[in-house]
Design a protein around this ligand. Structure first.
Ligand code: ATP
Ligand code: MG
Length: 256
């Protein structure tokens, strides 16, 4: 039985389309993200994974199709109507994208002030310090991003996306550029966000073995279409030649 049929979707796209001039990046994307699931989006570099996520959360305006968040059609809402709904989404950028001129504490406080409009310094301090403890980097409030390692920065990037307590957290390649041990700590962090905080997680990743290990659902994007979609075991049995090759190469590289 397909996951979508058993669990309520929190996000749904229907015939989503996004073009940049002649570059037809997303042709026809119909995709379901089940509530409280951990989903992975995989596919070759440059195929449109980041564009897909940005089109779902409204950072890019789709050229066609629809996006729903629960029973609300986001693509039918005005920019103003979208503002409160956007708070339901967190987005951990492909390149951590911390503000270099701010301390870690200020980086984490930023969404609390700007998005949630929290004014109480005590509450901000408390939430920042609790979250730093939760990501196992306690007490680094006064450090600056350039004093942190790549792996620490990634964790702080995740924390910044998490601090507003979103209902869906999107991770764009959270492990790219990290050594395998650090990559594993980030993958574990994604699992903890999903299992301990009960947040729906959508992760773009090039780490195919990790996607197979931790995701409940995998969607394979290729040249504007989802060419395989389902549980890891369903994807592994996919009859699509390109999907099979991609997976075989990823796992073979691991065993070299
Ligand atoms: N803002 C933009 N304006 C114009 N073209 C864009 C824009 N954003 C992305 N593109 C194009 O859309 C295509 C898909 O880009 P995208 O970043 O989504 O790929 P990706 O699958 O995330 O790749 P990677 O795995 O390398 O991150 C590329 O051809 C890219 O040049
Ligand atoms: Mg990308």
């Amino acid at each position: 039985m397909k996951i979508e049929e058993t669990v309520r979707p929190i996000i749904r796209t229907e015939n989503l389309r996004k073009v940049f001039g002649e570059n037809r990046v997303l042709e026809d994307i119909t995709l379901t993200i089940p509530e409280k699931s951990l989903c992975a989006i995989i596919g070759q570099s440059g195929t449109g994974k980041s564009v897909l996520i940005k089109s779902i959360i409204g950072m890019l305006k789709p050229d066609g199709g629809r996006v729903w968040f629960r029973d609300k059609e986001l693509t039918a809402l005005s920019d103003e109507e979208l503002i409160p709904l956007r708070k339901a989404f967190g987005y951990s950028f492909q390149n951590a994208a911390l503000f270099d001129s701010m301390t870690i504490g200020e980086n984490l406080a930023f969404p609390l002030k700007e998005v949630l409009r929290i004014r109480s310094q005590r509450e901000i301090k408390e939430r920042v310090s609790q979250l730093l403890e939760w990501i196992e980097l306690p007490g680094i409030e006064s450090k600056r991003p350039d004093e942190l390692s790549g792996g620490m920065k990634k964790r702080v990037g995740v924390a910044r996306a998490l601090i507003t307590e979103p209902e869906v957290l999107f991770f764009d390649e959270p492990t790219t550029g990290l050594d395998p041990v650090l990559a594993e700590t980030i993958n574990n962090l994604v699992v903890r966000v999903n299992k301990e905080l009960h947040i729906t997680c959508v992760m773009i990743t090039h780490d195919i073995p990790a996607a197979f290990r931790i995701a409940g659902k995998i969607s394979f994007l290729d040249r504007g279409y989802i060419i395989a979609d389902g549980r890891p075991d369903e994807i592994a049995r996919s009859g699509h030649g390109m999907v099979r090759d991609f997976i075989r190469i990823s796992f073979n590289e691991l065993s070299l």
